[in-house]
Ligand binder design. Structure first.
Ligand code: NAD
Ligand code: TYD
Length: 342
Protein backbone atom coordinates (compact mmCIF):
# COMPACT_ATOMS: atom_id res chain seq x y z
CA UNK A 1 0.00 0.00 0.00
CA UNK A 2 1.25 3.48 -0.84
CA UNK A 3 2.46 5.45 2.17
CA UNK A 4 4.42 8.59 2.93
CA UNK A 5 7.02 8.08 5.65
CA UNK A 6 8.53 11.19 7.20
CA UNK A 7 12.03 10.49 8.52
CA UNK A 8 13.63 13.09 10.78
CA UNK A 9 17.43 13.14 11.16
CA UNK A 10 17.87 11.35 7.82
CA UNK A 11 21.08 13.24 7.02
CA UNK A 12 22.67 11.56 10.06
CA UNK A 13 24.09 8.09 10.50
CA UNK A 14 21.17 5.77 11.27
CA UNK A 15 18.49 7.97 9.67
CA UNK A 16 20.49 8.05 6.41
CA UNK A 17 20.83 4.27 6.40
CA UNK A 18 17.11 4.01 7.15
CA UNK A 19 16.23 6.22 4.15
CA UNK A 20 18.13 3.83 1.85
CA UNK A 21 16.68 0.79 3.58
CA UNK A 22 13.09 2.01 3.16
CA UNK A 23 13.56 3.13 -0.47
CA UNK A 24 14.84 -0.38 -1.22
CA UNK A 25 12.37 -2.37 0.88
CA UNK A 26 9.18 -0.50 -0.10
CA UNK A 27 9.00 0.51 -3.77
CA UNK A 28 5.53 1.95 -3.10
CA UNK A 29 6.56 4.32 -0.28
CA UNK A 30 7.50 7.98 -0.56
CA UNK A 31 10.16 9.12 1.89
CA UNK A 32 10.39 12.70 3.15
CA UNK A 33 13.53 13.53 5.13
CA UNK A 34 13.48 16.44 7.58
CA UNK A 35 16.87 17.48 8.93
CA UNK A 36 18.29 20.78 10.15
CA UNK A 37 21.83 19.76 9.09
CA UNK A 38 23.63 20.30 12.37
CA UNK A 39 27.35 19.45 12.51
CA UNK A 40 26.24 15.76 12.40
CA UNK A 41 24.03 16.06 9.32
CA UNK A 42 25.56 15.57 5.87
CA UNK A 43 23.69 16.11 2.65
CA UNK A 44 26.34 14.06 0.87
CA UNK A 45 24.97 11.02 2.77
CA UNK A 46 21.69 11.46 0.86
CA UNK A 47 23.25 12.07 -2.56
CA UNK A 48 21.95 8.82 -4.10
CA UNK A 49 18.54 9.10 -2.40
CA UNK A 50 18.05 12.51 -3.98
CA UNK A 51 18.12 10.84 -7.40
CA UNK A 52 14.88 9.01 -6.54
CA UNK A 53 11.53 10.57 -7.44
CA UNK A 54 10.15 8.98 -4.26
CA UNK A 55 12.46 11.01 -2.03
CA UNK A 56 12.18 14.60 -0.83
CA UNK A 57 14.41 16.59 1.50
CA UNK A 58 13.29 19.47 3.73
CA UNK A 59 15.85 21.43 5.74
CA UNK A 60 14.06 22.19 9.00
CA UNK A 61 14.60 22.13 12.73
CA UNK A 62 12.21 19.80 14.59
CA UNK A 63 11.91 22.46 17.31
CA UNK A 64 10.46 24.94 14.82
CA UNK A 65 6.72 24.31 15.19
CA UNK A 66 5.56 26.57 12.35
CA UNK A 67 7.92 25.04 9.79
CA UNK A 68 7.22 21.48 10.96
CA UNK A 69 3.46 22.05 10.72
CA UNK A 70 3.96 23.43 7.21
CA UNK A 71 5.85 20.25 6.21
CA UNK A 72 3.06 18.06 7.64
CA UNK A 73 0.49 20.15 5.78
CA UNK A 74 2.46 19.72 2.53
CA UNK A 75 3.16 15.96 2.69
CA UNK A 76 0.47 14.59 5.08
CA UNK A 77 2.75 11.74 6.24
CA UNK A 78 1.13 8.45 7.26
CA UNK A 79 4.09 7.51 9.43
CA UNK A 80 6.72 9.58 11.26
CA UNK A 81 10.03 8.06 12.40
CA UNK A 82 12.04 10.34 14.67
CA UNK A 83 15.82 9.88 14.45
CA UNK A 84 16.63 13.60 14.79
CA UNK A 85 18.63 14.13 17.94
CA UNK A 86 21.82 15.35 19.45
CA UNK A 87 23.50 11.98 19.85
CA UNK A 88 27.01 12.23 21.27
CA UNK A 89 27.47 11.61 25.01
CA UNK A 90 30.76 13.56 25.25
CA UNK A 91 29.15 16.65 23.71
CA UNK A 92 26.21 16.33 26.14
CA UNK A 93 28.62 16.44 29.06
CA UNK A 94 30.17 19.69 27.77
CA UNK A 95 26.93 21.36 26.63
CA UNK A 96 23.68 19.69 27.75
CA UNK A 97 21.17 22.38 26.77
CA UNK A 98 20.77 21.64 23.06
CA UNK A 99 20.21 17.97 23.98
CA UNK A 100 17.20 18.97 26.05
CA UNK A 101 15.66 21.27 23.45
CA UNK A 102 16.15 19.02 20.42
CA UNK A 103 15.68 15.61 22.01
CA UNK A 104 12.71 16.46 24.24
CA UNK A 105 10.97 19.58 22.90
CA UNK A 106 11.61 18.61 19.27
CA UNK A 107 9.91 15.27 19.93
CA UNK A 108 6.92 17.12 21.40
CA UNK A 109 6.60 19.33 18.31
CA UNK A 110 6.57 16.25 16.06
CA UNK A 111 3.97 14.44 18.17
CA UNK A 112 1.72 17.52 18.22
CA UNK A 113 1.95 17.65 14.43
CA UNK A 114 1.12 13.92 14.20
CA UNK A 115 -2.06 14.58 16.19
CA UNK A 116 -2.97 17.76 14.31
CA UNK A 117 -2.48 16.20 10.85
CA UNK A 118 -3.75 12.70 11.68
CA UNK A 119 -0.59 10.62 11.14
CA UNK A 120 -1.26 6.92 11.73
CA UNK A 121 1.93 6.24 13.65
CA UNK A 122 4.73 8.05 15.47
CA UNK A 123 7.85 5.98 16.04
CA UNK A 124 10.49 7.21 18.46
CA UNK A 125 14.02 5.93 17.89
CA UNK A 126 15.43 5.60 21.38
CA UNK A 127 18.47 3.95 22.92
CA UNK A 128 19.46 1.30 25.45
CA UNK A 129 21.29 4.10 27.28
CA UNK A 130 17.98 5.13 28.91
CA UNK A 131 18.38 2.08 31.20
CA UNK A 132 21.70 3.29 32.64
CA UNK A 133 24.38 0.61 32.85
CA UNK A 134 24.97 -2.96 34.05
CA UNK A 135 27.83 -4.26 36.19
CA UNK A 136 30.82 -5.77 34.37
CA UNK A 137 30.81 -8.85 36.61
CA UNK A 138 27.18 -9.87 36.00
CA UNK A 139 27.10 -11.32 32.47
CA UNK A 140 23.71 -12.85 33.35
CA UNK A 141 22.06 -9.40 33.53
CA UNK A 142 20.42 -7.75 30.48
CA UNK A 143 18.15 -4.77 29.79
CA UNK A 144 14.56 -5.82 29.17
CA UNK A 145 11.68 -3.47 28.30
CA UNK A 146 10.72 -3.63 32.01
CA UNK A 147 14.12 -2.43 33.28
CA UNK A 148 13.57 0.92 35.04
CA UNK A 149 14.86 4.03 33.28
CA UNK A 150 18.03 5.23 35.03
CA UNK A 151 19.93 7.44 32.62
CA UNK A 152 23.53 8.44 33.41
CA UNK A 153 24.44 11.23 30.96
CA UNK A 154 22.60 14.38 29.88
CA UNK A 155 22.23 12.66 26.47
CA UNK A 156 20.59 9.54 27.87
CA UNK A 157 18.49 11.58 30.32
CA UNK A 158 17.14 13.61 27.40
CA UNK A 159 16.29 10.43 25.48
CA UNK A 160 14.62 8.91 28.57
CA UNK A 161 12.61 12.12 29.02
CA UNK A 162 11.44 11.93 25.42
CA UNK A 163 10.43 8.29 25.90
CA UNK A 164 8.31 9.27 28.93
CA UNK A 165 6.70 12.05 26.92
CA UNK A 166 5.88 9.67 24.05
CA UNK A 167 4.16 7.30 26.49
CA UNK A 168 2.30 10.24 28.08
CA UNK A 169 1.06 11.38 24.63
CA UNK A 170 -0.03 7.83 23.87
CA UNK A 171 -2.05 7.58 27.08
CA UNK A 172 -3.39 11.14 27.30
CA UNK A 173 -4.08 11.99 23.65
CA UNK A 174 -4.33 8.48 22.20
CA UNK A 175 -1.30 9.04 19.95
CA UNK A 176 -0.51 5.85 18.06
CA UNK A 177 3.11 5.45 19.09
CA UNK A 178 5.91 2.91 19.36
CA UNK A 179 9.44 3.15 20.76
CA UNK A 180 12.55 1.15 19.89
CA UNK A 181 15.56 1.08 22.23
CA UNK A 182 18.60 -0.11 20.36
CA UNK A 183 22.16 -0.86 21.40
CA UNK A 184 25.26 0.77 19.82
CA UNK A 185 25.11 0.84 16.02
CA UNK A 186 28.02 0.66 13.59
CA UNK A 187 28.15 0.88 9.81
CA UNK A 188 28.60 3.35 6.90
CA UNK A 189 28.01 7.11 7.34
CA UNK A 190 28.67 7.22 11.10
CA UNK A 191 30.04 10.61 12.14
CA UNK A 192 33.81 10.45 12.91
CA UNK A 193 33.35 11.50 16.56
CA UNK A 194 32.09 7.99 17.47
CA UNK A 195 34.39 5.16 18.59
CA UNK A 196 34.74 3.01 15.45
CA UNK A 197 35.22 5.70 12.77
CA UNK A 198 37.39 7.80 15.11
CA UNK A 199 39.77 4.91 15.73
CA UNK A 200 39.83 3.93 12.04
CA UNK A 201 40.69 7.48 10.94
CA UNK A 202 43.31 8.03 13.67
CA UNK A 203 44.90 4.62 13.03
CA UNK A 204 45.18 5.38 9.32
CA UNK A 205 46.84 8.73 10.06
CA UNK A 206 49.21 7.28 12.68
CA UNK A 207 47.61 9.41 15.41
CA UNK A 208 47.11 8.32 19.06
CA UNK A 209 44.07 6.12 19.69
CA UNK A 210 42.43 7.66 22.79
CA UNK A 211 40.83 4.86 24.84
CA UNK A 212 38.86 6.12 27.85
CA UNK A 213 39.82 4.65 31.24
CA UNK A 214 41.12 1.11 30.89
CA UNK A 215 39.08 0.28 27.79
CA UNK A 216 37.10 -2.30 29.75
CA UNK A 217 33.66 -0.73 29.20
CA UNK A 218 31.38 -3.01 27.24
CA UNK A 219 29.01 -2.04 24.42
CA UNK A 220 26.54 -4.31 22.60
CA UNK A 221 27.16 -3.66 18.86
CA UNK A 222 24.56 -4.02 16.12
CA UNK A 223 25.08 -3.49 12.39
CA UNK A 224 22.99 -0.48 11.34
CA UNK A 225 21.02 -2.36 8.67
CA UNK A 226 19.74 -4.80 11.30
CA UNK A 227 18.47 -1.82 13.31
CA UNK A 228 16.72 -0.42 10.22
CA UNK A 229 15.06 -3.80 9.59
CA UNK A 230 13.84 -3.88 13.20
CA UNK A 231 12.25 -0.42 12.91
CA UNK A 232 10.60 -1.36 9.62
CA UNK A 233 9.09 -4.47 11.29
CA UNK A 234 7.86 -2.38 14.23
CA UNK A 235 6.19 0.04 11.79
CA UNK A 236 4.51 -2.87 10.02
CA UNK A 237 3.51 -5.11 12.92
CA UNK A 238 4.48 -3.45 16.21
CA UNK A 239 1.72 -2.89 18.75
CA UNK A 240 0.50 0.61 19.51
CA UNK A 241 1.95 1.86 22.82
CA UNK A 242 4.72 -0.75 23.01
CA UNK A 243 8.47 -0.51 23.55
CA UNK A 244 10.83 -2.90 21.72
CA UNK A 245 14.46 -3.50 22.70
CA UNK A 246 16.76 -4.11 19.73
CA UNK A 247 20.17 -5.78 20.07
CA UNK A 248 22.09 -8.78 18.83
CA UNK A 249 23.91 -10.13 21.94
CA UNK A 250 27.22 -8.88 20.63
CA UNK A 251 29.07 -7.49 23.62
CA UNK A 252 32.59 -6.20 23.12
CA UNK A 253 35.08 -4.36 25.32
CA UNK A 254 36.22 -1.06 23.79
CA UNK A 255 39.87 -2.10 23.90
CA UNK A 256 39.12 -5.24 21.90
CA UNK A 257 37.41 -3.20 19.18
CA UNK A 258 40.36 -0.82 19.00
CA UNK A 259 42.75 -3.79 18.68
CA UNK A 260 40.64 -5.20 15.81
CA UNK A 261 40.84 -1.82 14.07
CA UNK A 262 44.65 -1.80 14.51
CA UNK A 263 44.76 -5.26 12.93
CA UNK A 264 42.58 -4.18 9.98
CA UNK A 265 44.54 -0.99 9.29
CA UNK A 266 47.96 -2.46 10.07
CA UNK A 267 48.51 0.26 12.69
CA UNK A 268 50.74 -0.50 15.66
CA UNK A 269 49.00 -1.08 19.01
CA UNK A 270 51.59 1.26 20.50
CA UNK A 271 49.32 4.06 19.19
CA UNK A 272 46.74 3.08 21.85
CA UNK A 273 46.69 5.69 24.59
CA UNK A 274 44.65 5.21 27.76
CA UNK A 275 43.25 8.65 28.58
CA UNK A 276 41.15 10.28 31.33
CA UNK A 277 37.84 8.50 31.59
CA UNK A 278 34.53 9.98 30.43
CA UNK A 279 32.59 11.49 33.36
CA UNK A 280 29.89 9.09 34.60
CA UNK A 281 31.03 6.52 32.00
CA UNK A 282 28.49 3.68 31.71
CA UNK A 283 30.19 0.33 32.33
CA UNK A 284 28.20 -2.13 30.28
CA UNK A 285 25.18 -2.14 27.96
CA UNK A 286 23.52 -5.43 27.05
CA UNK A 287 20.11 -5.82 25.45
CA UNK A 288 17.68 -8.69 25.86
CA UNK A 289 15.97 -8.72 22.42
CA UNK A 290 13.56 -11.60 23.18
CA UNK A 291 10.38 -9.53 22.82
CA UNK A 292 11.03 -8.31 19.26
CA UNK A 293 12.24 -11.79 18.27
CA UNK A 294 9.19 -13.52 19.73
CA UNK A 295 6.50 -11.01 18.73
CA UNK A 296 7.81 -9.70 15.40
CA UNK A 297 10.20 -12.44 14.26
CA UNK A 298 13.20 -10.08 14.06
CA UNK A 299 16.72 -11.51 14.12
CA UNK A 300 19.99 -9.75 13.38
CA UNK A 301 21.56 -10.96 10.13
CA UNK A 302 25.06 -9.49 10.25
CA UNK A 303 27.80 -11.17 12.27
CA UNK A 304 30.14 -8.70 13.96
CA UNK A 305 33.27 -9.81 12.07
CA UNK A 306 31.48 -9.35 8.72
CA UNK A 307 29.80 -6.08 9.73
CA UNK A 308 33.05 -4.59 11.02
CA UNK A 309 34.88 -5.53 7.82
CA UNK A 310 32.06 -4.06 5.69
CA UNK A 311 32.14 -0.87 7.78
CA UNK A 312 35.90 -0.40 7.67
CA UNK A 313 35.98 -1.24 3.94
CA UNK A 314 33.34 1.46 3.46
CA UNK A 315 35.42 4.06 5.31
CA UNK A 316 38.47 3.05 3.26
CA UNK A 317 36.55 3.35 -0.01
CA UNK A 318 34.71 6.57 0.91
CA UNK A 319 37.53 8.76 2.12
CA UNK A 320 36.03 11.84 0.48
CA UNK A 321 32.87 11.50 2.67
CA UNK A 322 34.78 11.64 5.96
CA UNK A 323 37.74 13.77 4.83
CA UNK A 324 35.38 16.63 4.10
CA UNK A 325 34.09 16.37 7.69
CA UNK A 326 37.38 16.03 9.52
CA UNK A 327 38.96 18.91 7.60
CA UNK A 328 36.37 21.45 8.80
CA UNK A 329 34.88 22.46 12.17
CA UNK A 330 35.58 18.93 13.44
CA UNK A 331 39.24 19.94 13.92
CA UNK A 332 38.21 22.44 16.62
CA UNK A 333 35.99 19.84 18.27
CA UNK A 334 38.82 17.32 18.32
CA UNK A 335 41.31 19.82 19.74
CA UNK A 336 38.86 20.86 22.46
CA UNK A 337 37.81 17.31 23.38
CA UNK A 338 41.15 15.52 23.11
CA UNK A 339 43.76 18.31 23.15
CA UNK A 340 44.73 17.81 26.78
CA UNK A 341 44.29 14.02 26.64
CA UNK A 342 46.57 12.85 23.84
P1 NAD B 1 23.57 11.44 14.28
O1 NAD B 1 24.12 12.41 15.28
O2 NAD B 1 24.50 10.78 13.33
O3 NAD B 1 22.42 12.15 13.41
C1 NAD B 1 21.47 13.00 13.97
C2 NAD B 1 20.80 13.76 12.83
O4 NAD B 1 19.76 14.59 13.40
C3 NAD B 1 21.74 14.70 12.06
O5 NAD B 1 21.53 14.58 10.67
C4 NAD B 1 21.33 16.10 12.54
O6 NAD B 1 21.54 17.11 11.56
C5 NAD B 1 19.86 15.90 12.85
N1 NAD B 1 19.35 16.85 13.84
C6 NAD B 1 19.90 17.17 15.05
N2 NAD B 1 19.17 18.11 15.66
C7 NAD B 1 18.12 18.40 14.85
C8 NAD B 1 17.02 19.26 14.93
N3 NAD B 1 16.84 20.06 16.00
N4 NAD B 1 16.13 19.30 13.91
C9 NAD B 1 16.30 18.51 12.81
N5 NAD B 1 17.34 17.67 12.68
C10 NAD B 1 18.24 17.60 13.68
O7 NAD B 1 22.78 10.37 15.16
P2 NAD B 1 22.58 8.79 14.94
O8 NAD B 1 23.74 8.09 15.56
O9 NAD B 1 22.22 8.53 13.55
O10 NAD B 1 21.32 8.54 15.88
C11 NAD B 1 20.01 8.69 15.37
C12 NAD B 1 19.00 8.37 16.47
O11 NAD B 1 19.22 7.04 16.93
C13 NAD B 1 19.14 9.28 17.69
O12 NAD B 1 17.84 9.58 18.14
C14 NAD B 1 19.87 8.41 18.71
O13 NAD B 1 19.49 8.77 20.01
C15 NAD B 1 19.39 7.04 18.34
N6 NAD B 1 20.30 5.92 18.63
C16 NAD B 1 21.59 5.96 18.19
C17 NAD B 1 22.43 4.86 18.43
C18 NAD B 1 23.85 4.85 17.91
O14 NAD B 1 24.60 3.90 18.20
N7 NAD B 1 24.30 5.82 17.14
C19 NAD B 1 21.96 3.74 19.11
C20 NAD B 1 20.60 3.74 19.54
C21 NAD B 1 19.80 4.83 19.29
P1 TYD C 1 30.61 6.20 21.55
O1 TYD C 1 30.91 5.77 20.17
O2 TYD C 1 30.75 7.64 21.91
O3 TYD C 1 29.14 5.64 21.91
P2 TYD C 1 28.37 5.58 23.35
O4 TYD C 1 29.00 6.52 24.28
O5 TYD C 1 27.00 6.00 22.96
O6 TYD C 1 28.45 4.15 23.78
O7 TYD C 1 31.56 5.39 22.54
C1 TYD C 1 31.58 3.98 22.59
C2 TYD C 1 32.50 3.56 23.72
O8 TYD C 1 33.84 3.93 23.36
C3 TYD C 1 32.21 4.26 25.04
O9 TYD C 1 32.41 3.33 26.11
C4 TYD C 1 33.24 5.37 25.11
C5 TYD C 1 34.43 4.80 24.36
N1 TYD C 1 35.26 5.78 23.63
C6 TYD C 1 36.64 5.82 23.85
O10 TYD C 1 37.21 5.03 24.63
N2 TYD C 1 37.38 6.76 23.17
C7 TYD C 1 36.81 7.65 22.31
O11 TYD C 1 37.55 8.51 21.74
C8 TYD C 1 35.39 7.59 22.08
C9 TYD C 1 34.72 8.54 21.13
C10 TYD C 1 34.66 6.63 22.76
Amino acid sequence: MKKTVLVTGGAGFIGGNFVYYMLGAHPDYDIVCVDSLTYAGNLSTLKKAKESARFAFEKADIRDRGTINGIFEKYRPNVVVNFAAESHVDRSIKNPEVFLTTNILGTQVLMDACIAYGAERFHQVSTDEVYGDLPLDRPDMFFTEKTPLKASSPYSASKASADLLVMAYHRTYGLNATISRCSNNYGPYQFPEKLIPLMFINAGEGKPLPVYGKGENVRDWLYVEDHCAAIDLILENGKNGEVYNVGGHNEMRNIDIVRLICKYTGASETLIKFVTDRKGHDLRYAIDPEKIKRELGWTPRTKFADGLKKTLDWYRENESWWKEIVSGEYKNYYAKMYGDKV
